[in-house]
Design a protein around this ligand. Structure first.
Ligand code: CA
Length: 230
């Protein structure tokens, strides 16, 4: 049974959902905040997230958008209060797959999950990208170089994933900003240069200790970057 992350600030509702999921054989994780949920999703790459839209820290729709960007294959089901039609529309546009209106029965929730999981083979979360000695596992959010595990910060890993899914291909700065940071980014792109410098540094250090060639990320002036295929 796939892992399910429950992002819900209401203890009673969360408890009821988690009891039902566990009884059906799912492993569950619980976060009471949006930011905590995003962290948990990065750590565990659960196959399913049940996401309350009314969270104490950040907007649930924002959480849905970020989850979709970081976990393309994740099944995201929003939990909404009755009458929040606009939230449902915005949430589905942001990348959620489905919604349930509170109060809902656990039996219906489990049936919806079964239906979605039947039609959605667990593919892209388990795809490992291999480029020479470099291997990147977006589902597990791991990076290895030779036999060394490379510890990367979340944005460094996101940046590497964005390049490693298109090895040998030029990727523009705008595309990287949109994929790794925010599709509506209007600010400075200096953060991209800083993150790229950190990523290159960590890869070079790991390559030295693994005794392999460091992956080469070429800067394309006035355009963006390219991860070279050795
Ligand atoms: Ca709530």
């Amino acid at each position: 049974m796939p892992d399910v992350l429950v992002v819900e600030d209401d203890k009673d509702i969360a408890g009821r959902i988690i009891d039902g999921l566990r009884a059906a054989g799912h492993h569950t994780r619980w976060s009471q905040t949006g930011l905590g949920g995003l962290e948990e999703a990065r750590r565990r790459a659960p196959r399913v997230t049940l996401l309350d839209l009314g969270l104490p820290d950040i907007d649930g729709v924002d959480v849905a958008r970020r989850l979709r960007t970081e976990h393309p294959a994740m099944l995201i089901v929003m939990l909404t209060a009755r009458g929040d039609d606009m939230d449902i529309v915005v949430g589905l546009d942001a990348g959620a797959d489905d919604y349930l209106t509170k109060p809902f029965s656990i039996t219906v929730l489990l049936a919806r999950l079964r239906a979605h999981l039947r039609s959605r083979p667990n593919l892209s979360n388990r795809t490992v990208l291999s480029i020479g000695p470099l291997s990147v596992d977006p589902g597990a959010r791991r990076c290895r170089l030779g036999d060394q595990e490379v510890e990367l910060r979340p944005k460094e890993l996101d940046l590497l994933i964005a390049l490693a899914t298109r090895p040998g291909t030029a990727v523009s700065r705008e595309k990287l900003m949109a994929e790794v940071w925010d599709e509506n980014w209007f600010g400075s792109t200096k953060t991209l240069d800083v993150t790229m410098a950190a990523l290159r540094g960590r890869l070079a250090t790991a390559a030295t200790s693994a005794d392999v060639c460091s992956p080469v990320i070429t800067t394309l002036r006035g355009h963006g970057y390219r991860l070279e295929v050795p």
